[in-house]
Design a protein. Structure first.
Length: 160
């Protein structure tokens, strides 16, 4: 078993977001495994736009149906920025990766924050490169407070 290629992992995540933002959804589809599972939500699940944000899709076709509809109704330009990308576990050809997400749009001709959050990825190494098997996004929507006052933080990553 060979070690996972950290640069290729970062490139896969960045390529994923770039193609999503630019509407190259055929590229996005080619980056998913057949059994892909994706979810999205806010940390408490009660955001005023939760119905637009929330998803739980199993299989490439279901994932792409949701991604196409979601992208169609999202702004352009839209920029998803993956930050602090790091490997948290490796299992054979699979690798679990965590990253922050920072999303911007343009308002009054200037970049404007739209959202932020945490993304958990499971990528699988294939002869064609890494593919997304799982992507679980938890968007931030609560007001920031002292860390010790935010009760669910310790369990946040275990929610998927």
């Amino acid at each position: 078993m060979t070690a996972h290629d950290r640069l290729a992992i970062h490139e896969t995540i960045n390529r994923y977001w770039f193609n999503y933002d630019e509407g190259h959804l055929e590229v996005l589809e080619s980056m998913l495994t057949e059994d892909a599972h994706t979810t999205s939500r806010t940390e408490l699940g009660n955001h005023p736009h939760e119905q637009f944000i929330a998803s739980d899709c199993h299989g490439r076709d279901a994932v792409m149906a949701w991604k196409k509809d979601h992208r169609k109704h999202s702004p352009y330009p839209l920029r998803h920025h993956a930050a602090n990308v790091h490997v948290v576990a490796e299992r054979g050809d699979e690798v679990d990766v965590e990253s922050y997400l920072f999303v911007t749009q343009i308002v009054d001709r200037r970049p404007s924050t739209l959202s932020s959050g945490i993304v958990h990825w499971t990528l699988v190494r294939t002869p064609e490169g890494y593919r997304v098997r799982e992507q679980h996004t938890v968007l931030d929507s609560i007001e920031s407070a002292p860390f010790h006052e935010v009760e669910f933080v310790a369990d946040r990553q275990k929610a998927w």
